[in-house]
Write a protein that binds this ligand. Structure first.
Ligand code: ZN
Length: 238
């Protein structure tokens, strides 16, 4: 790390989008501090993916904060009583985790203040997204304004900037950007409902968006999918 490199906290879930964001932040010259959350998510093996990605993409440090959102539940990702849907639904899907990005950004803001970092990167996307309200540009703008009222650093003249490099990109454009930067998407996990080995289900919202993105980008999809048996045929999903 150069002493002159600006520091950034990068939210890293272990999925395709946040891995791309880390690669972009690094290319833009930031010294990257990756932050993941073990929040009781159904797809916990994304944390092992986050670890590999942080290392491969040169994060200076990678922390995982434990924060059990199962204590409040309310999402298919944090409540076993709510199933992950295998078909698209109307409105905001049940995979929405109540206030998740608000909570995650707040902890990123705290760590950034400790590090003396003036930048936070988050992989939200307003194009191919699932209708999550905390992925919209107006949420990000409002959060940034709030952050600059919230910290000692900001009051003392060191404002915080939120970066959302993927916000206007399609899934295919995100994949092409990461591909160009050498992101190994085989290390990433996007599935909401993977098996214990980390193989993707191929049918959840996240799997469908991801797989369509690779097809539209013309990039080979390196995702390991669960092999499902149906009658006498063995189908590889999707
Ligand atoms: Zn899936």
């Amino acid at each position: 790390m150069h002493a002159t490199q600006p520091k950034a906290v990068v939210l890293l879930s272990g999925g395709l989008d946040s891995a791309t964001v880390l690669a972009i932040a690094r290319e833009q010259g930031y010294a990257c501090y990756a932050l993941s959350f073990d929040y009781g998510q159904r797809h916990r093996c994304e944390l092992a993916a986050a670890e590999r990605i942080a290392e491969t993409l040169g994060a200076i440090d990678h922390r995982t904060i434990r924060l059990d959102l199962r204590a409040i539940g309310g999402s298919a990702l944090t409540d076993d009583a709510i199933e992950v849907p295998s078909a698209p639904s109307e409105g905001i899907p049940v995979t929405y985790v109540p206030a998740r990005n608000t909570v995650f950004l707040s902890l990123a803001l705290g760590w950034a203040e400790v590090l003396g970092a003036g930048h936070i990167f988050i992989g939200v996307n307003a194009v191919d997204y699932s209708g999550y309200p905390d992925c919209r540009p107006e949420f990000i703008r409002a959060y940034e304004a709030m952050a600059n009222l919230a910290t000692k650093a900001a009051v003392e003249g060191h404002p915080m900037r939120l970066h959302t490099p993927l916000i206007d990109l399609s899934k295919a454009e995100i994949i092409l950007a990461g591909h160009r930067l050498g992101v190994d998407y085989g290390l990433t996990l996007s599935c909401y409902n993977p098996d214990l080995l980390g193989n993707a289900c191929g049918v959840c919202d996240s799997c469908r968006l991801r797989s369509a993105g690779f097809a539209a980008a013309g990039v080979v999809d390196p995702t390991p999918y669960q092999v499902r048996t149906q009658g006498s045929h063995t189908l590889k999903q999707p």
